[in-house]
Design a protein around this ligand. Structure first.
Ligand code: ZN
Length: 423
């Protein structure tokens, strides 16, 4: 990775179809002052979008889920699967045209790929979708499924080969932490689940997960029974589990092993993807509550109070079936951290240490349309803080979505952040 400090504007899938590349670059670089763009090249779900065109007309579109590029068949020789192309795409190739225009203008160009959340593909391949202990299908593809792992690897090679992005950011690569009801509905249950029950309801017991656990010498059927028994207690007693997931797993070695195996398998898949395309950055969402920078009383791992410009450390204590931040830092060449805007002082903390003790470049991604940035000074201070903290780059999520009335603030903030980093 090079050492340039990029400030990138994130382009949503529908924006890549609704606007032409020149308009996108004129806005992102010309008007906002960014150094490049990141284009989300897959619509994870169906989406309605309403926006103003750069010239002020009202625009609207319903985007069908799926990939926003025409796959190169040669890259999928090792799998019977192909990406499911969005029906809205037709014969267009927005990523190709965006890549070209960025190259011509000397701007950074990246792609972002939703890996496990892929409603278009899931609808066509229900056998690749995760499935919980009560046989309810989940909302994402299961990363224990070897076909899914290989499909993702081929997609990365395909995107790298066709569009030569400076980096590919991978998002939605973890297993869900909690249960999600069918899209657009609420689940019906006699008594509401607590955090633990919701986590148990999200746990994957698809045929792939069970088979792989059994191959590793674990007892998937016993783990499944254990989850079912616990869910039965919850409904029978109308009482949620009072402890933490770690308490529960300390009492249940079989389930703990099953879950640890899933975490390690996911980490191995991520490693495989990173090795296929070394210019990969993992996009990790940071818990909203953990973002505060170390002012008085805040706990921190990086000597928070004494280092006012440090970026806070990452999501700890996530679900035990997903790799920790430290584990991800050990396999990824770069991490993009989605942080919650917090008008007072948010920041990113010092980069995590990778396996070899080296610092993994850490970028901060922040939502440009957040209500906390409704006034200028807040976003200027926020981006300057991040730039001073030593972050490897900044991405403005929904950066193209900001209303014309906010663009001057964003421009000022980007200019200030770049000034912080220029020698
Ligand atoms: Zn599974």
């Amino acid at each position: 990775m090079d050492n340039r400090f990029d400030i990138l504007i994130h382009v949503q899938p529908w924006q890549g179809l609704l606007y032409n590349p020149e308009q996108l670059l004129d806005l992102a670089v010309g008007e906002l002052g960014a150094t490049g763009i990141t284009f989300s090249v897959k619509a994870a779900e169906s989406q309605d979008a309403i926006a103003l065109s750069p010239t002020g007309e009202l625009l609207a579109m319903r985007l069908a889920p799926g990939a926003l590029w025409q796959p190169d068949a040669e890259q999928y020789a090792s799998t019977r699967l192909r990406p499911q192309t969005s029906a809205t795409l037709k014969s267009r190739q927005p990523a190709g045209r965006l890549a070209e225009v960025c190259r011509d203008r000397g701007q950074a160009f990246r792609l972002r790929l939703s890996v496990l959340r892929d409603a278009g593909f899931a609808a066509r391949h229900p056998e690749a979708v995760s499935c919980n202990a009560l046989s309810l299908p989940g909302h994402s593809l299961c990363p224990s499924n070897p076909d899914v792992v290989e499909l993702v690897r081929c997609q990365l090679l395909d995107l790298a080969g066709q569009f030569e992005p400076a980096a590919i950011e991978i998002e939605n690569f973890t297993r869900p932490n909690r249960y999600r009801a069918a899209a657009g509905t609420a689940a019906c249950w006699p008594t509401a689940p607590g955090a633990i029950e919701s986590g148990l309801l999200a746990l994957c017991f698809c045929p792939s997960c069970q088979q792989q656990a059994n191959l590793a010498g674990l007892d998937a059927a016993a783990a499944l029974r254990s989850v079912q028994v616990r869910l039965g207690h919850w409904l029978h007693d109308e009482r949620v589990y009072a402890g933490t997931m770690n308490n529960l797993l300390a009492d249940d070695a079989i389930l703990a092993e099953y879950i640890a195996h899933q975490r390690h398998a996911l980490l191995a898949s991520i490693q495989l993807w990173v090795r296929a395309v070394p210019k990969v950055s993992l996009v990790v969402a940071k818990e909203k509550t953990a973002v505060h920078r170390g002012t008085a009383g805040a706990s921190g791992t990086g000597g928070a109070g004494s280092e006012p410009d440090a970026i806070d450390h990452l999501p700890r204590g996530g679900s035990p079936w997903n790799p920790s931040f430290e584990e991800l830092a050990g396999v990824a060449p770069r991490l993009t951290l989605l942080i919650a805007p917090n008008a007072s002082a948010h920041a990113c903390e010092c980069p995590p240490e990778g396996e070899a003790g080296s610092r993994v470049p850490l970028e901060a991604a922040i939502d440009a349309t957040s209500p906390s940035f409704a006034s200028g000074p807040d976003i200027v201070r926020c981006l300057s803080d991040i730039a001073r903290s030593g972050a490897a780059g900044i991405e403005l999520e929904s950066g193209l979505h900001v209303s014309p009335s906010r663009r001057a603030f964003i421009r000022q903030a980007i200019r200030a952040a770049r000034r912080e980093r220029s020698p």
